[in-house]
Design a binder for this molecule. Structure first.
Ligand SMILES: Nc1ncnc2c1ncn2[C@@H]1O[C@H](COP(=O)(O)OP(=O)(O)OP(=O)(O)O)[C@@H](O)[C@H]1O
Length: 247
C-alpha cells in the first residue's frame, strides 16, 4: 500500500540556516506516527512545511500518492485533506462546543450566515458524531470558554476532524494537560487513526511509550532513526543525542 504522505530530501533553509537538511519520511495509511527529537531538531518546521505554512527550499512532499504539496498554498493543502491543530487557541469561547464545530464545518461562510442558516440532519449527525468522539457530547451546549484546558484541546481537534481530513498533524497535543486528560488524548488519537493518519510531535516520553507503535527520531534537521520505542531506546545514536540526556 502506498503511504498517505511521502517526504523526500526535504530541505528548509532560513537565510543560510538549514532547519531541515534532507528529510525522508513516510506516513502510512491509518498510522499514528510519533516524531520526537531534542529542541531545535526541526520537528515543528517539518509540520510547517507539510501544511504549507513554511515553503521548502528543495525536496518533494507527495500526499495521497499523487498530490505534490511543495508549491500548494496552505488553504489548498487543507482542502486536499491535511489538518493541523496549532497550539495557539482558535476556538470561539463565547460559543458552545456544538456551535464551534458548526463553524468549523462551514468554514467558507461567514459567522452570521453560519449561525442562521438551517442545518441539515446529516450535518447535525456529523457534528454529534464528532462531539461523541472527542468526549464533549454531554457538554455540547456549554460555552467553550467554560471547558477545561483538555476539553478545549479536544474541541480544537474536533474542529479539524469535522473537515474529514486524511492526515492530522498534532504538535505537542498533551501540553498542559492533567494525567487523566493525557490518557484520554492518547485514546482519542488511537481512535482517530481508524479513519485518518496522524503525525504527532511529542516531547513527553511516557506518553510516547504508552501510545506509540512507530517512532521517528529527528536530530539537526534530519531523520536519525525510526522504530518502536523499545528499539529506539536501545539505539546508541539516539542515546547520545536525546534519550541519554533527557531520560
Ligand atoms: N522562521 C525561522 N527562521 C529562522 N530559524 C528558524 C525559524 N523557525 C525555526 N527556526 C530554527 O530552526 C530550528 C528547528 O526549529 P523547530 O522549531 O523546527 O525545532 P523543533 O524540533 O520543533 O524544536 P522544539 O522541540 O524546541 O519545538 C531551530 O534552530 C529554530 O531556531
Amino acid at each position: 500500500m502506498k503511504p498517505i504522505l511521502s517526504c523526500r530530501n526535504v530541505i528548509v533553509d532560513f537565510s543560510g540556516f538549514k532547519a531541515l537538511q534532507g528529510v525522508d519520511l513516510d506516513v502510512q495509511n491509518g498510522e499514528v506516527l510519533f516524531l520526537i527529537g531534542p529542541n531545535g531538531a526541526g520537528k515543528t518546521t517539518l509540520l510547517d512545511v507539510i501544511c504549507g505554512k513554511t515553503k521548502s527550499t528543495a525536496g518533494e512532499i507527495i500526499f495521497d500518492d499523487k498530490i505534490s504539496l511543495t508549491k500548494l498554498p496552505e488553504q489548498k493543502i487543507v482542502h486536499e485533506g491535511i489538518a493541523r491543530k496549532f497550539q495557539a487557541p482558535s476556538i470561539f469561547i463565547h460559543l458552545t462546543s456544538f456551535e464551534n464545530l458548526e463553524i468549523a464545518m462551514k468554514q467558507q461562510k461567514n459567522l452570521v450566515s453560519i449561525l442562521f442558516a438551517k442545518m441539515t440532519n446529516r450535518q447535525r449527525d456529523k457534528i454529534e458524531a464528532v462531539l461523541k468522539k472527542i468526549g464533549l457530547y454531554d457538554v455540547r451546549d456549554e460555552k467553550a470558554g467554560s471547558l477545561s484546558h483538555g476539553q478545549k484541546q479536544w474541541l480544537e481537534i474536533g474542529m479539524q476532524l469535522i473537515q474529514e481530513p486524511k492526515l492530522l498533524l498534532l504538535d505537542e497535543p498533551i501540553a498542559g494537560m492533567s494525567g487523566e486528560e493525557r490518557t484520554k488524548t492518547g485514546e482519542l488519537i488511537q481512535e482517530i487513526s481508524r479513519d485518518c493518519s496522524v503525525l504527532v510531535v511529542e516531547h513527553d516520553m511516557d506518553f510516547v511509550r504508552t501510545f506509540s507503535t512507530l517512532v521517528i527520531v529527528m536530530h539537526e534537521g534530519k531523520v536519525l532513526c525510526e522504530g518502536t520505542m523499545a528499539e529506539i531506546q536501545e539505539n546508541e545514536e539516539v542515546k547520545n543525542v536525546y534519550l541519554g540526556r533527557s531520560g
